[in-house]
Design a protein around this ligand. Structure first.
Ligand SMILES: [Zn+2]
Length: 801
C-alpha cells in the first residue's frame, strides 16, 4: 500500500499529478528493472557532498520523487507545507514487503506506544514478533549545517540499492523515516546565498537572514511549544502516528571543535529522563564511535558539551515520549566549501565541557585529530557511518527495542507515591486564549486531557484536608505513557548547582528552566492524590477536539489548531527593527505579532540610516550594541548587508524619540539605548563575574505595579523569562516610571540562578521620557522563543499607548 490512510498524497503524486497514468506506468516498469534506481549523480548532475556543490530543495525533493518511482524500497510522503509553503517530505525506506504494509507496522508501533491498548501477554508477544523498529533520521534542521541534507540522498540511494546481508537485515527489520530536512525553507535560503556568493568574499558565510522565517536556529527549541508549522507536522508524524523508537538528529558544530560528537552526553542528566533511556542513548553512541574508529576516523568525542537537561530539542523531546534520541555534531566546513584547520586553532579551543584539550588523547576522545584539510565529504562519510551504526542496532535488536518501548510506557502508568497524580488547569481564568493554546499544545503531542465534568476529591501540597475540585476546568493525569513529558512541562525545574574549579557557574548547554504554564501565565494546581481514583477516572470526559476546548472557554471557533488570534483594538503604526544579522529575537517578535494579528513594518538598516521613520512605536529586539550599530562586517558581506544602523542611525533614532516617537527595547538592546541616549539607568548585573551572578535561562518572579497602563491585565506576581538578561538601577532623582521589579525575595521560580540578591527588588520594566517621546526598557525577554505568553500583554500594552 503506497498511500496508507491518514496521510496526504505522496510526493510522487503531488509532483506528477498532471500525468497520473504515466506516473503509474513508470512505477510499474520500475518493479521489473530495480537495477535502474537512479543515483543522485544521474539526477543532479553531481555527487552530493562534493566540494562546492549544493542541491536546493526542489532538487532534493525531485531526487526523492525519482527514488519513490524507481525503488520498491522507498516511498515518499508529504506531511505538510513549510512556513514559506514548500513541501515537507519524509522518505519511508524499508524492504519492499514492509513498504507495502506500512499501515500495519504503524499500527503495531502505535499500540506499543500505549500499553493500555495491549490486552494480553500473548498480544504483546505477537506485536513484538511482527513489528519493525521505527527509526527516524533527520538532517540539517539548522540549515547552515547543510551537509546532512545533501548526504540524505546518498544514504537513501545506498539503502535502496545495496544487496549485502547487512543492508538486507536493516531493510527487513526496520522502517526508516528519513527526513532530508525538517526546515526546507532554510535549505533554499542557504543554497541561494551559497550559489550567489560562490567565488566572492562572502563564499561560505551564513546568509544575511534567518534560515527559518520566524525562528532561525531556535527552530530546534520548539519541540514542546510547537509554534512552527514544521514542528507541528513532525510532532504529528512522530507522536500521533508513527511513534519512532529511535530518533537521530544530525547536526554540525564549530570548525575548530572535535570532528564529531556523539552520545553518551555530558552532565547534568535531567531527572525526568529515564535512566534506562540514557543508557540506551549511550549504547548507540558507543556503537557509532566503535564503527568510526574501525574506519580509522580520528577526532571523535563522546561525553562532551551537550547535556540531556533541556527539553524542546529534536533529539531531547523523544526522551519524554519513551524514545531514544540521538544527536551528532560534525565539525563544519564553510557551508559546502572545504577548509584547512590549523593545529594551533585546535590547541586554542579549551572551552568544551568534558573536552578541554583537543590535542591530548582522553578516554572519551582516544584518537586525536591534529588538523588539516576538512571537506564536506569528510562530514558526510562520518554521518553515513553513524547512520548505518544506528540502523544496524535497530535491526539487530529489533525485539528488544520494541518490547522496551512498551515497558517504558507501561511503567509510566503506575502511580508513584512521591510524584503528583494530576495537574488541574482551573476554569474561569482571564486569559482564555493562553489556556486554550496550552491545552492545544499538550494534546498535539499526544497528552490526554480530561474535562472536569464532575467534582473530584483530591489532596494538594500545603493543604491538609481533602479538597473538592471545581467543575469546568481541565485535568491532566500524570499516569499516561508520556508521564515524564507531563511532569517536565508542569514541574518547576531545579537545575543542579554546578560550578567550575574556579568557582564560576558552569554553563548548561541550553536553558535551565521552562515550566510551560508558568511561562504562559496559566494558573494550575498540583494534585498529590485523588480519592476514588480508579473509580472516578473513567467517568471524566476526555477532550477529543481542540474546538471543544475553545467552545467551553467561550472562544470563537476559527483558526484552530494553532490559529491566529485576532486583536480587535486599533494599533498605532508599528515598526520592528530587522537588521541583516539574523536576529532570532527579531524572528520570535514577528511570530508573536503575526500570531496576534498586529500589523507592523520591518525597519531596515537603510531606513534607520535615512531617518525615514514614520512610526508611532519602534521595537528593538534583544541584540547587543555592536550587532545593531555595526551589523555585519564589510570584509565578508556586500555593502547592502553590512554596517548596521551606523552612528548616523543612532542619531536618527534619538531624533525620532525626541520628536515624539516611542522606542521599545527588549533585553540586550537596552544597553545600547541606555548608553547612546544617556539615560539615567544602569544594568547592575553588567560586569559581575560568573561566580557572583549567573542565570542562563530561567523563569523569575516579577512584582508588578498593576496600576500602570503597561501592566493592564497582568497579575502582581507575574512570571517572566530571564536569559542572561539585565536588572536596572535608576539614578537618584531621575524621573523613571517603574512598571515591574524583580521579586524582592524568592525570585527564582524554575531553573537556576546564582547570586539572586543582585537582582532582588531591582527594576525589570521601566518607562522614561526622552524629549517629546518615550522609551520602554524590558530587562527580561517578554516574548522568549514565543513561549512566554504570560508577558506578551506587556508588549501589547506598550504598543497601545
Ligand atoms: Zn545544529
Amino acid at each position: 500500500m503506497r498511500n496508507p490512510r491518514r496521510f496526504r498524497k505522496s510526493v510522487s503524486l503531488n509532483f506528477f499529478s498532471a500525468s497520473l497514468c504515466l506516473c503509474g506506468a513508470i512505477l510499474f516498469s520500475a518493479f521489473t528493472i530495480a537495477s535502474q534506481v537512479p543515483s543522485p549523480k544521474s539526477v543532479l548532475g553531481f555527487n552530493p557532498t562534493d566540494d562546492k556543490t549544493i542541491a536546493d530543495w526542489s532538487q532534493i525533493t525531485n531526487y526523492f520523487a525519482q527514488l519513490d518511482k524507481a525503488s520498491k524500497n522507498v516511498t515518499v510522503k508529504e506531511i505538510g507545507k513549510t512556513t514559506n509553503g514548500k513541501p515537507l517530505i519524509v522518505a519511508f525506506i524499508s524492504s519492499a514487503n514492509n513498504i507495502k504494509n506500512l499501515e500495519k507496522y504503524r499500527q503495531i508501533s502505535a499500540k506499543l506506544a500505549d500499553p493500555r491498548t495491549v490486552k494480553s501477554d500473548a498480544e504483546l508477544a505477537d506485536l513484538v514478533k511482527n513489528g519493525k523498529t521505527i527509526v527516524s533520521i533527520s538532517c540539517s534542521i539548522h540549515s547552515t549545517e547543510i551537509v546532512a541534507s545533501q548526504m540524505s540522498m546518498n544514504l537513501a540511494y545506498e539503502l535502496a540499492t545495496a544487496t549485502d546481508a547487512d543492508t538486507k537485515e536493516i531493510l527487513e527489520n526496520t522502517i526508516l523515516l528519513l527526513i532530508p530536512s525538517p526546515n526546507p525553507d532554510g535549505i533554499d535560503i542557504v543554497a541561494d546565498w551559497y550559489r550567489k556568493t560562490l567565488d566572492t568574499k562572502s563564499e561560505g558565510t551564513a546568509p544575511p537572514e534567518l534560515y527559518h522565517h520566524y525562528a532561525g536556529h531556535d527552530n530546534n527549541r520548539d519541540w514542546f511549544m510547537l509554534n512552527l508549522v514544521e514542528t507541528q507536522a513532525i510532532t504529528k508524524l512522530f507522536w500521533q502516528q508513527w511513534f519512532p523508537q529511535l530518533v537521530y538528529d544530525v547536526h554540525q558544530q564549530g570548525q575548530n571543535a572535535s570532528r564529531f560528537i556523539i552520545p553518551p552526553f555530558y552532565d547534568p542528566p535531567n531527572p525526568r529522563v529515564s535512566p534506562s533511556i540514557l543508557r540506551e542513548v549511550g549504547l548507540i553512541g558507543y556503537k557509532m564511535a566503535a564503527d568510526l574508529q574501525a574506519k580509522n576516523i580520528a577526532g571523535v568525542a563522546t561525553n562532551s558539551t551537550y547535556d540531556t537537561w533541556w527539553h524542546g530539542g529534536f533529539r531531547s523531546a523523544p526522551y519524554y515520549h519513551n524514545s531514544i534520541g540521538i544527536l551528532s555534531e560534525a565539525a563544519s566546513v564553510n557551508l559546502m566549501s572545504p577548509i584547512t584547520v590549523k593545529k594551533e586553532d585546535l590547541a586554542r579551543n579549551r572551552n568544551a565541557r568534558g573536552l578541554p584539550n583537543l590535542l591530548e588523547p582522553a578516554t572519551n576522545y582516544p584518537d586525536t585529530w591534529e588538523g588539516g584539510l576538512w571537506r564536506p565529504a569528510d562530514i558526510a562519510n562520518i554521518e553515513m557511518t553513524a547512520s548505518r551504526s544506528l540502523l544496524q542496532m535497530a535491526a539487530k535488536f529489533r525485539p528488544r527495542y520494541l518490547r522496551q518501548f512498551y515497558e517504558y510506557g507501561k511503567a509510566n502508568l503506575q502511580p508513584t507515591p512521591d510524584e503528583p497524580q494530576a495537574f488541574i488547569i482551573s476554569a474561569g481564568q482571564p486569559n482564555a486564549e493562553s489556556v486554550s493554546r496550552l491545552i492545544e499544545i499538550l494534546m498535539w503531542q499526544g497528552i490526554e486531557v480530561h474535562q472536569l465534568t464532575r467534582e473530584l476529591y483530591v489532596t494538594m501540597p500545603e493543604m491538609k484536608d481533602v479538597h473538592e475540585t471545581p467543575l469546568g476546568g481541565y485535568l491532566i493525569f500524570v499516569n499516561q505513557p508520556q508521564k515524564n513529558n507531563i511532569l517536565s512541562l508542569f514541574e518547576k525545574q531545579v537545575y543542579p548547582h554546578r560550578l567550575l574549579p574556579n568557582g564560576d557557574a558552569e554553563a548548561p548547554y541550553d536553558v535551565a528552566g521552562w515550566t510551560l504554564p508558568l511561562q504562559m501565565g496559566v494558573e494550575y494546581e498540583t494534585v498529590l492524590s485523588i480519592r476514588n481514583f480508579e473509580k472516578d477516572r473513567p467517568s471524566l470526559k476526555r477532550v477529543e477536539f481542540q474546538n471543544q476546548v475553545r467552545s467551553s472557554l467561550g472562544l470563537d471557533q476559527s483558526g484552530t489548531p494553532f490559529g491566529k488570534i485576532r486583536q480587535v483594538k486599533a494599533r498605532p503604526r508599528i515598526g520592528l527593527y530587522k537588521g541583516y544579522t539574523s536576529s532570532i529575537d527579531e524572528g520570535w517578535t514577528r511570530l508573536v505579532l503575526d500570531t496576534f494579528m498586529i500589523a507592523f513594518v520591518s525597519v531596515t538598516d537603510a531606513a534607520v540610516r535615512s531617518g525615514e521613520l514614520p512610526f508611532d512605536a519602534i521595537i528593538l529586539p534583544a541584540d547587543g550594541e555592536n550587532t545593531i550599530v555595526k551589523g555585519l562586517s564589510a570584509e565578508r558581506y556586500p555593502a547592502e548587508f553590512s554596517g548596521g544602523i551606523g552612528e548616523n542611525g543612532v542619531e536618527n533614532l534619538k531624533k525620532y524619540v525626541a520628536n515624539g516617537g516611542k522606542l521599545i527595547c527588549f533585553d540586550d538592546s537596552c544597553e545600547m539605548v541606555i548608553k547612546r541616549f544617556g539615560l539615567p539607568i544602569k544594568n547592575v548585573l553588567a560586569g559581575l563575574k560568573r561566580s557572583e551572578f549567573y542565570n542562563p535561562g530561567s523563569i523569575v518572579a516579577l512584582d508588578v505595579d498593576t496600576s500602570d497602563p503597561i501592566a493592564k491585565g497582568l497579575r502582581k506576581d507575574t512570571a517572566a523569562y530571564f536569559s542572561s538578561s539585565s536588572a536596572f538601577e535608576i539614578a537618584a532623582d531621575a524621573k523613571v516610571n517603574v512598571v515591574a521589579r524583580y521579586a524582592s525575595k524568592n525570585a527564582l521560580l524554575s531553573g537556576w540562578m546564582l547570586g539572586e540578591k543582585y537582582l532582588n527588588g531591582k527594576p525589570a520594566l521601566v518607562e522614561t521620557n526622552y524629549g517629546k517621546g518615550k522609551i520602554v526598557l524590558f530587562a527580561f525577554r517578554p516574548q522568549h522563543r514565543g513561549q512566554s505568553w504570560g508577558t506578551f500583554p506587556f508588549i501589547f500594552n506598550s504598543l497601545e499607548r
